[in-house]
Write a protein that binds this ligand. Structure first.
Ligand code: GDP
Ligand code: MG
Length: 596
């Protein structure tokens, strides 16, 4: 155990975590250089495109240090987005130390600080690493000053690295060995292991990623998950070295995987404790919490006859994504679908993209909503996230909406712009403080419903990309809630209904009507679009009937061109949904989300 180091790399997005991880893996020579793909750790397409890690990957690196001793370095990767902060906290709980990576030209940003706080909560030993020192805009002295003043760490201990060029990597490996503490634990005590992640393998079922704190685990053991009491017989245990390397046992202090015929990842919960059925540990490891969805939306197939396919696709996706929850939903306009709960908007985006790209589903996503709490006249409480289930307003005594505490870090020249944005979104400025002479942290309390659509995008725009944003949900507060309905040619389209704050009702209705009018193609007849609340019309717009056939201007001469046009129209139609007599394109459902 003296020769094991368990550590994470934590950083603000884009500061070079994946690049550095790849360098460390390359140095350990566990994959042949010719097989070395860029950014091995981010192996999902969507992650690569967006440059963020959603599923964490762990890797066990053998390393012979300058002192001639052989060490095992377990690099535990963490997801890189606020939506996944619980998963991050479980990964950090599995470590003794962390490299805190800071971009030499960007300096300390919101998630640098947020991640450092998380790491300190787990009493991790922190090594600051200044990355991208090769950049002409690198300002090492400034970053060192921030490390001292903003982070309260010793800047003299900071490593200077260029993950891209490979500078300072050897020093980083030595620092991991000599500056991070080894794990503690008793391999003979009853098993106590922490699940920090899991993924699904089509051949072997769920692969559980865990860290052993006490005892040991080996094939043939009957294990038990403390949160749900499920028991399984262990088939295989091993280490992650890009490929799985089976072992005879994984003991206290070590990190590894197990395979035990577990059907879906939903049976394994991040943060749960694994013990032995016959000789259980006296108590679970601290900090277990069920994943809580915060954003809800319905998913419908564009063509009703692909509902079964969508069902299968969601089941498969769920195998790998325990935090996705869904149940059957029906809509008068769209037929059968699913109501889904997501950890945040990014999670929603990822699910939508994976359904479309990996599972080839053509889907319609309804307006996302947060969960509201209603207190009814008879004193009963109900949670509601689906406009379709909104009760008769006269039976509601009070509605409550979730609030967040947001931390926004910006250069102080953007203070006014950020203040305006946040106040426009019903935010309350609680506090602000200078982190450096010109860098400001502003704390706001905001309704979650006001940030889920495009707050982050707007923040980036008004701060020219400099603003960073982090949040946590704090509590439910009273808020005036109303249900906005959209009528198309007099017919209510339930899938376009949204739950809105009363003060927002007019502007949301206006936006929805305008956007729908832009998105709905002209058809043979005039289409009236109306926004209503409790039957009262508060906004309207119109799509005029079209005058000529699209092919009319081809003069009948150019047959191929005509055919191409028709082909194109047909493709367009695949993403259209008939609602009554009106064809609604998929884009119409997304359009109502945009706020301006
Ligand atoms: P992550 O979001 O923290 O995982 O960051 P990535 O590792 O994906 O890196 C973000 C971007 O910074 C990529 O374009 C990298 O090529 C680049 N990058 C990472 N490390 C360095 C470095 O040391 N020098 C330079 N110039 N660019 C780097
Ligand atoms: Mg990355």
């Amino acid at each position: 155990m003296k020769r094991i180091r368990n550590f994470s790399i934590i950083a603000h997005i884009d500061h070079g975590k994946s690049t550095l991880s790849d360098r460390l893996i390359q140095t350990a020579h566990i994959v042949a250089d010719r097989d070395f793909k860029d950014q091995i750790l981010d192996n999902m397409d969507i992650e690569r495109e967006r440059g963020i890690t959603i599923k964490s990957q762990t890797v066990c690196l053998p390393y012979v240090a300058a002192d001639g001793q052989a060490y095992t370095l377990n690099l535990i990767d963490t997801p890189g987005h606020v939506d996944f902060s619980y998963e991050v906290s479980r990964a950090l709980a599995s470590c003794e130390g962390a490299l805190l990576l800071i971009d030499a030209s960007q300096g300390v940003e919101a998630q640098t600080l947020a991640n450092l706080m998380l790491a300190m909560e787990h009493d991790l030993e922190i090594i600051p690493v200044i990355n991208k020192i090769d950049l002409p805009s690198a300002d090492i002295e400034r970053v060192k000053q921030q490390i001292k003043e903003d982070l309260g760490l010793d800047p003299e201990g900071a490593l200077l690295v260029s993950a891209k060029e490979g500078t300072g990597i050897a020093e980083a490996m030595e620092a991991i060995v000599h500056r991070l503490p080894p794990p503690k634990g008793d391999a003979d005590a009853p098993l106590q292991a922490l699940i920090f992640d899991s993924h699904y393998d089509p051949f072997r079922g769920t692969i559980v990623h865990f860290r052993v704190f006490q005892g040991a685990i080996k094939p043939g053991d009957r294990i038990r998950f403390l949160s749900n009491g499920y028991t399984y017989k262990v088939e295989e245990v091993g280490l992650f070295q890009i490929v799985r390397k089976p072992q005879r046992a994984i003991a206290a202090g070590e990190v590894g995987y197990l395979i035990a015929g577990i059907k879906t990842v939903s049976d394994t919960r991040c943060g749960d404790t694994i013990t032995l059925h016959a000789n259980p540990c006296p108590q679970p490891l601290p900090g277990f919490r069920e994943a809580q969805p915060v954003v809800f939306a319905s998913i419908y197939p564009v063509a009703a006859d692909t509902y079964e396919e969508l069902t299968v696709a969601l089941e498969k996706l769920k195998l790998n994504d325990a935090s996705l929850i869904y149940e059957k939903d029906t809509s008068a306009a769209l037929g059968f679908g699913y109501r889904c709960g997501f950890l945040g908007l990014l999670h929603l985006d990822v699910v939508q993209e994976r359904l479309e790209r990996e599972y080839d589903q053509s889907i319609i996503l309804t307006v996302p909503s947060v969960g509201y709490k209603l207190i009814l006249n008879d004193g009963e409480e109900m949670m509601i996230d689906n406009p379709v289930l909104y009760p008769d307003p006269t039976t509601i005594q009070q509605s409550l909406e979730p609030y967040i505490r947001a931390s926004i870090i910006v250069p102080d020249r953007y203070m006014g712009a950020v203040m305006k944005l946040a106040l426009d979104r019903r935010g309350i400025n609680k506090n602000y403080q200078y982190l450096t002479s010109n860098r400001l942290e502003m704390i706001f309390e905001l309704p979650l419903s006001e940030v889920i659509y495009d707050f982050y995008d707007r923040l980036k725009t008004v701060t020219q990309g400099y603003g960073s944003f982090d949040y946590e949900i704090i509590e439910y507060r009273p808020g005036k809630l109303a249900k906005l309905d959209i009528l198309i040619n007099g017919e209510r389209v339930d899938a376009l209904s949204q739950l809105v704050h009363e003060d927002r009702a007019y502007s949301r209705a206006r936006v929805a009507c305008d956007k729908l009018a832009e998105e709905i193609p002209r058809q043979q007849f005039k289409i009236a679009i109306q926004g209503t609340i409790g039957g009262k019309i508060i906004a309207r717009s119109t799509v005029n009937a079209f005058r000529k056939d699209v092919t009319a201007k081809c003069y009948g001469g150019d047959i191929t061109r005509k055919r191409k046009l028709l082909e194109k129209q047909k493709k367009g139609k695949k993403r259209m949904k008939m609602v009554g007599k009106v064809m609604l394109p998929q884009s119409a459902f997304l359009a109502v989300l945009k706020s301006d």
